[in-house]
Design a protein. Structure first.
Length: 103
């Protein structure tokens, strides 16, 4: 199994989250209550709508060398999360649980 499929499997265990085709970016996306809250850029990178407040509180920063959002500003509600190891998946799931509290 790939890291992406492992992540999707864990996310789909959270009530209300589901993997569907992206309306925003094409490819695969995660929806909550029929609203796209994340979309995959690759097999190990996902763009998540966390809100500025959560991004700041968690100390998250836009990844250097982003291929997809080179000019994304610090006031964006979206953040790219990279997961390159199995132990990163639980952290991404934790952040999703924070994200869905806003809906």
């Amino acid at each position: 199994m790939s890291l992406k499929s492992d992540l999707v499997k864990k996310l789909e265990m959270i009530p209300g989250l589901e993997d569907r085709p992206s309306i925003v970016a094409g490819g695969s996306a995660i929806f909550y209550k029929n609203k796209e809250i994340a979309h995959f850029h690759s097999g190990n990178e996902i763009d998540v709508r966390l809100t500025k407040k959560i991004i700041r509180a968690e100390g998250l920063i836009h990844p250097e060398g982003s291929k997809f959002h080179k000019t994304r500003g610090p006031s964006s509600e979206w953040i790219e999360l990279q997961f390159t190891r199995v132990n990163h998946i639980d952290e991404v799931v934790r952040l999703f649980k924070l994200a869905i509290k806003q809906y």
